[in-house]
Unconditional design. Structure first.
Length: 394
């Protein structure tokens, strides 16, 4: 899929992190003709959150900055198999966000209106239509929080996350990018406000441009150039059941119950919830997560009461205060570019941010689509509050 190379002493661009973001940035850079690019990865390719997520892709966000951004990513994902010549198994089966309270219904109505205005297919549906789309969902008045309605987003769905990562890695490699797994970055040298070199466990590499695409680890890399990011790292967990006959062909999310559920092509049921409430760099799973996710899933799908879970896992997420990413250049350190703050929702943004970060490097200008996500928004009081559309929904 990609070749091994000796580490060169100098590259035009060094991308740190071989997840979907770093690899997509490298791929689109090479497509624009910038091929002297190294991707440095401390573990194996895709060993971070990109190989651990539950691969939900959607564009039904809440803010006028977020919706067009994620919409472009959804469009890029829809054409990605052709773009990369590699089947990424994108199933646009439809995405449903349930409401169990009047306040939740109000929030979903607002999102439906914003989405529609900005060209994203998304509408409110009632319990009757929900029952037709998801026959096994408990729509009775028996649960603690009966379902009142939902936001239906037909183009949303799930993808094969490994395939996306491998496809970008193969595409970048074919165009001349050098991917270096097991190459941990230990320092970044800056002189007179300009990035000069990256230090790794395998030696020093000279470069004038570094992309920080390290998600859960991003604040440790930013500290190497003296920047404190407004980011904390939290574990996020998920689990998967044994295989079942097909019974669910929509992605179901309930923010009120803190749970999301979908069924894979292989028949496994994938379950997840929100971040662990404490900061940590640990990838360890917990029993608390299993108990919560099982209890909340059974409120939606009592039919799953005899189902056994096959495995559980965790990844780490770089959380910003407003649940929006941080992208672009930084004040005072030229050549240091951020593609971070991807929290629990960043896999879906891989293509668009990779493409736009590459454009920024090639043209030297910040593309309009990512300008609102600059780090300066925190000092200018221009936060982009996406929590209502991003917390559990990923
Ligand atoms: C359980 C779970 C479920 C999720 N579900 C969804 C979902 O359904 N939809 C969605 O859109 N998003 C989801 N996410 C979030 C999504 O996975 C991430 O936001 C996204 O994958 C981030 O991609 P990335 O390329 O920026 O980071 P990563 O894939 O984490 O890659 C960063 C890489 O940087 C490397 N690195 C770190 N430090 C160094 C160093 N010093 N030197 C060299 N390399 C280094 C790491 O090893 C890592 O491989 C989920 C996350 C988890 C954990």
């Amino acid at each position: 899929m990609w070749r091994r190379h000796p580490l060169k002493e100098r590259y035009d661009v060094v991308v740190i992190g071989a997840g979907v973001h770093g690899l997509a940035a490298a791929y689109y850079l090479s497509k624009s003709g910038v091929t002297d690019v190294a991707v440095l990865e401390q573990g194996y390719v895709g060993s971070g959150a990109s190989g651990r997520n539950t691969a939900i892709i959607r564009a039904n966000y809440r803010t006028p900055e977020g919706v067009p951004f994620y919409h472009e990513s959804l469009r890029l994902y829809a054409g990605l198999s052709q773009e990369l010549g590699f089947n990424v198994l994108f199933s646009q089966q439809g995405h449903l966000t349930l409401a169990h309270t009047d306040a939740a219904m109000k929030g979903l109505r607002e999102r439906a209106a914003t989405n529609t205005l900005l060209g994203v297919e998304s509408r409110i549906i009632d319990r009757r239509e929900l029952g037709r789309l998801v026959p096994d969902l408990d729509l009775s008045d028996r649960p603690r929080y009966p379902v009142l309605g939902a936001l239906y987003h037909p183009p949303g769905g799930i993808i094969r996350h490994d395939a996306v990562v491998w496809g970008y890695a193969r595409g970048a490699d074919r165009r001349g990018v050098r991917i270096h797994p097991f190459t941990r970055v230990t320092g970044i040298r800056v002189a007179s406000g300009q990035v000069e070199a990256v230090e790794t466990e395998r030696g020093t590499i000279r470069t004038g441009t570094v992309v920080n695409a390290t998600a859960g680890w991003c604040s440790t890399l930013a500290r190497m150039v003296g920047i404190d990011l407004p980011i904390t790292t939290h574990p996020l967990q998920a689990c998967v059941s044994e295989r079942l006959k097909p019974f669910l062909d929509k992605v179901i999310v309930s923010a009120n119950l803190h749970v999301y559920v979908n069924q894979t092509d292989r028949g496994e049921v994938v379950l997840g919830e929100e971040i662990n409430p404490y900061t940590s760099y640990s990838n360890r799973s917990t029993l608390r997560f299993l108990e919560n996710v099982a209890a909340h899933t059974l409120e939606l799908f009592p039919c799953l009461h005899n189902v056994r879970l096959l495995r559980q896992w965790a990844g780490i997420c770089d959380m910003t205060p407003d649940y929006s990413p941080i992208m672009g250049t930084v004040p005072r350190v030229r050549g240091f570019i951020l593609d971070v703050g991807w929290g629990t929702y960043g896999f879906k943004a891989g293509p668009v941010s990779g493409k736009r970060i590459a454009e920024l490097i090639v043209t030297g200008k910040t593309p309009d689509l990512i300008r609102p996500f600059s780090i300066t928004r925190f000092s200018e009081d221009k936060l982009i509050g996406e929590k209502a559309a991003a917390a559990v929904s990923h």
